[in-house]
Design a protein around this ligand. Structure first.
Ligand SMILES: Nc1ncnc2c1ncn2[C@@H]1O[C@H](COP(=O)(O)OP(=O)(O)OP(=O)(O)O)[C@@H](O)[C@H]1O
Length: 933
């Protein structure tokens, strides 16, 4: 889950001040009551726009020791410059603007969560923050050092404890600020140079005095001194070895500390740094004037990291030998209640150069990794401490000595866990965020306690993380802390930057802790608070205070309250019980707030997911529409093609029919005019009819000629009858008479044929009319199809297209039916004509007679080469053309069905299947079409 640093804001408070300060933050996290938000969110302790928060309302009793301790915690803001890549990537969107030296304006960029929340009316898009001092991208390292750390070094030499820590989003420049890069040495090398410059000639050379915890100094035995020397030398040697081994190669650490990879470089850099960043009066001879006369100084350094909530000593020699088996360190409390790292290595250093080498040796053991935002990201909080042992020359006991400390903490960068793809990185990010969250809560609780002196104090959850435990002393009076907030002005990490700034805004309202408070002192303060409210006995307080004083000198380790007298202990237990109850209640409130925040974040994530799903659904819909349009266009194309071919086919047929008709008409006309000559080899009906009629005419002529011959013969015979015998002549005359009868029959037959010919002419006229009708229908069909196509083009809906297609198919079916009817009627007429002919001439062959189809045979039938008798007995042949066009009913149906089956359109097939299959459905479904196309 994304980490939020605004959780400290979850602490409930009745003060108007708190409401004003956290107004925007609370609303942003989905608080139940959402008042109308002002345009601008002011998160600042000192801005005029918020007079209620301009100054902390510290209820300091006049004359109390706390009176002078009202100095605010210093919070510096440093804005890092954008890299070329970031500028090119459009990260510069003017979302970070420095209004003046102390005021920063944040304007949410378009794509940020904050802007989206602002658009929904639950947050502001502009935020105003104030800081102790703001340093822009152009600020040089030395300038930054002088404004921030220079006085801290001075204070430490005066015996004070100081903490400087950097806070910010990952890749915002924290490590750059602390350590530096290239020739730009950071705060720490400059502080070391400054320190040793100031201590020139005042260093305590021996190693026999060692600081233990925060207050104690131990006199070392000679053997221990030796051990210390060995440890230091081995670290220095290790550094030298590694440096020479990596000669030329730039390591992470080398680049991280100003490229100081060789001793000469270090010296030069230190010299340069010193000359650049230190004012003349801060150099050793003048700076030393501030130091207590006669006091010598022994400098000890330690370096450790908090990685995944485990402490690792970075100066322990073992890690470099066995990097996988690092020993974790434990935290303990000293008798003042201050946490310290047990068993941490402290090395005495005699120069800045040595300190630098030790630091570099330790840095090699630190946890770095490449993340999506930073190639060389610190995955741990690293803490480098410099302890200064103030040794009075005459002092023989540790009491006469004093220890001051300068701690520099480079916190790991906060980041959104969900941005980490790697499991290990995610775990690291989660731990980093948890510890930073705890730090935020501690600061918020401290601020609450400072601003609400009359109320029961909130428990500061220092114990909730290792980081806050080790820094606790600096927040509770053992020293003072300064914070450097680093920000990266990139628009893409605006939301994270805003959270970091909100956190720092709380820190800017902190006042340095009034005094050191041990745990026992804290408990006693609780008792005092209760007594002030009339809950406990006043006498008790005196006793407790006596006990407290005695406690400081007693042997009680870690402030063990059980060593107090029983009466007080019982009272303390009662107070603690009540305190525990109160704290539980507070925890419940805190938990409720955290849950509320979690819910609000979850809602944000869910709404983001919803948006994502909506977008993907839209995209899916558009894709489907596109596909459907493609399919419809495809279908249209295919149908267009299909009907075009169909129309062309019909046109061709019509053309052929009309040509045939024309031809037959012409031929019949010409045949009527002229005698038939050599018959062309054709299968057309008109030709056939002409041939038949010509043949019949020829037969007629032949019969007439024969009749004439026979008549002449008869006349001759009659004449002969007179002269020859009667019997034979009578028989011959009888035979001739029969022949004459046959000839008269032949005349009748010829008349019938002439009638058939006339009927055929009428039929061909009918056929012409039928074809004209057919052509008209086909034209109408073409128009229907065109309108269907147009409908397809204008309307992508499949329904209308389907209906048009169905109508077109129905028209086609009707056409087929008309054609069939025409064919049937033609066949019927033919059959009737034939029947009539046969009734007149029963000697004609039956209708089942199959005419020879070859033109040769036809020629044979019609030619004069055949004998008259054969010619007489031959019936008129069937017309091959009409037969091929309109075969007999049975064969017509069969052939038509076969032809239809072959030429059926998808729609015709569907229609046909519907006609034959009960129950019919009115409209073919588009599924069939889809399968086809
Ligand atoms: N003021 C500055 N001037 C020039 N470059 C800078 C400045 N601040 C940071 N940088 C550059 O920005 C990059 C990231 O800085 P740095 O590693 O210090 O970030 P960080 O906050 O320590 O990141 P992380 O928390 O991931 O360790 C580095 O390349 C550094 O050199």
């Amino acid at each position: 889950m994304a980490m939020s640093f605004s959780s400290p804001c979850g602490f409930r408070s009745d003060e108007d001040e708190e409401v004003a300060v956290f107004e925007s933050t609370a609303a942003e996290h989905g608080g139940l009551a959402r008042p109308r938000l002002p345009e601008l969110s002011v998160i600042s302790p000192g801005l005029n726009t918020q007079p209620s928060v301009s100054e902390p309302k510290l209820k300091v009793k006049p004359g109390s020791s706390e009176e002078e301790n009202t100095e605010r915690v210093k919070v510096f803001l440093r804005i890092r410059p954008l890299t070329d890549t970031e500028s090119d990537g459009g990260e510069e969107q003017g979302c970070v603007a420095v209004q003046d030296e102390e005021t920063l304006l944040l304007q949410a960029p378009k794509e940020s969560h904050n802007m989206r929340a602002a658009e929904r009316g639950i947050a502001q898009s502009i935020h105003k923050f104030s800081f102790t001092k703001i340093f822009g991208p152009e600020t040089a390292q030395q300038q930054f050092y002088e404004s921030t750390m220079k006085t801290m070094v001075k204070d430490v030499l005066q015996g004070e404890n100081r903490l400087l820590y950097t806070y910010g989003v990952t890749n915002s420049g924290k490590t750059y600020t602390i350590q530096g890069s290239g020739q730009e040495a950071g705060l720490l090398p400059r502080a070391l140079v400054s320190l040793f410059r100031k201590l020139q000639g005042r260093l305590y050379g021996a190693v026999d005095l060692k600081p233990v915890m925060y207050q104690d100094v131990r006199q070392l035995e000679p053997s221990e001194v030796k051990e210390e020397e060995i440890r230091r030398n081995s670290l220095l040697k290790e550094d030298e070895n590694l440096t020479s081994r990596r000669a030329g190669a730039t390591s992470v650490w080398d680049s991280g500390v100003g490229g100081l990879s060789s001793l000469s470089d270090i010296a030069t850099q230190l010299e340069d740094a010193d000359s650049v960043c230190l004012e003349p009066d801060s150099l050793s001879h003048s700076g030393g004037d501030d130091l207590e006369q006669g006091v010598q100084f022994s400098i000890w350094v330690s370096f450790y990291e908090i990685y995944n909530e485990f402490l690792y000593d970075l100066l322990d020699a073992s890690p470099s030998l066995q990097p996988r088996k690092r020993v974790t360190l434990r935290l303990s409390d000293d008798k003042q209640g201050n946490a310290y790292v047990k068993g941490l290595t402290w090395i005495q250093v005699r120069s800045a150069e040595e300190a630098w080498k030790i630091l570099r040796a330790g840095h090699r053991n630190q946890s770095f990794a490449s993340t999506h935002l930073n190639q060389n990201s610190s995955r741990s909080h690293s803490i480098f401490s410099i302890r200064v042992l103030h040794i009075h020359p005459e002092a023989k006991s540790s009491q006469a000595m004093h220890i001051s400390e300068l701690t520099v903490c480079d916190l790991a960068g906060s980041e959104r866990c969900k941005q980490q793809r790697n499991g290990e990185r995610m775990k690291e990010a989660s731990n980093i965020n948890t510890s930073l969250l705890t730090l935020g809560r501690c600061i918020a609780a401290l601020r609450h306690n400072q601003n609400n002196k009359l109320r029961p104090p909130q428990v500061v959850p220092f114990r909730d993380s290792k980081l806050t435990r080790v820094l606790q002393g600096f927040f509770c009076g053992r020293g003072t802390s300064s914070m450097v907030v680093n920000i990266n002005p990139c628009a893409s990490i605006y939301d994270e930057t805003l959270q970091a700034l909100k956190f720092s805004a709380i820190a800017t309202q902190l006042v340095h802790g009034p005094s050191r408070k041990s745990r026992v002192a804290y408990i006693l303060s609780l008792l005092r608070e209760r007594t002030e409210h009339g809950i406990e006995h006043s006498e008790l307080i005196e006793e407790e205070e006596e006990e407290e004083e005695g406690e400081d000198d007693s042997d009680v380790e870690d402030g063990d309250i059980t060593m107090l007298n029983p009466k007080v202990t019982v009272q303390i237990i009662n107070v603690l019980k009540r305190e525990l109850k109160r704290q539980r209640e507070e925890n419940e409130v805190l938990e409720a707030n955290v849950r509320e925040q979690v819910v609000s974040e979850m809602m944000e994530v869910i709404s983001e997911m919803q948006e994502g799903f909506r977008d993907s659904l839209e995209a899916e819909r558009a894709l489907l529409e596109e596909r459907c349009d493609d399919k419809i266009a495809n279908l249209q194309k295919h149908l267009k093609q299909f009907y075009k071919e169909e129309l062309e086919e019909r046109d061709r047929e019509i053309e052929a029919l009309s040509a045939a008709l024309e031809e037959s008409k012409k031929e019949s006309e010409s045949a009527a005019m002229t005698a038939p000559k050599e018959e062309p080899k054709t299968t057309r009906c008109s030709q056939r009819l002409t041939n038949e009629s010509s043949r019949l005419r020829a037969e007629l002529e032949q019969c007439r000629a024969e009749l004439l011959t026979k008549t002449q013969e008869l006349t001759m015979l009659k004449q002969q009858q007179v002269s020859s015998s009667t019997g034979a002549l009578t028989r011959a005359a009888q035979r001739k008479l029969e022949e004459g009868q046959r000839v008269s029959n032949l005349h009748y037959y010829i008349d019938t044929l002439c009638m058939t010919l006339r009927k055929n002419k009428v039929l061909s006229v009918c056929l012409q009319q039928g074809l004209r009708q057919l052509r008209l229908n086909l034209q109408r069909l073409g128009e229907d199809l065109q309108s269907g196509e147009r409908a397809c083009c204008h309307n992508t809906g499949g329904e209308r297209l389907r209906y048009k297609l169905t109508a077109a198919n129905e028209t086609l079916a009707k056409q087929d039916q008309i054609l069939m009817e025409l064919q049937s009627s033609l066949v019927l007429v033919k059959a009737e004509a034939l029947a009539e002919t046969r009734a007149v001439h029963p000697q004609l062959p039956p209708s089942g007679y199959t005419a020879p189809t070859t033109p040769g045979s036809c020629k044979k039938r019609g030619c004069g080469g055949t004998t008259p008798r054969d010619t007489e007995n031959q019936p008129p042949k069937k017309q091959p053309f009409f037969q091929s066009l309109f075969p007999t009913r049975t064969s017509t149906r069969r052939n038509m069905r076969a032809a239809e089956e072959a030429n059926l359109t998808p729609y015709s097939r569907i229609l046909r299947s519907r006609q034959h299959s009960p129950p019919p459905s009115p409209v073919p479904t588009p599924r069939g079409l889809r399968g086809k196309y």
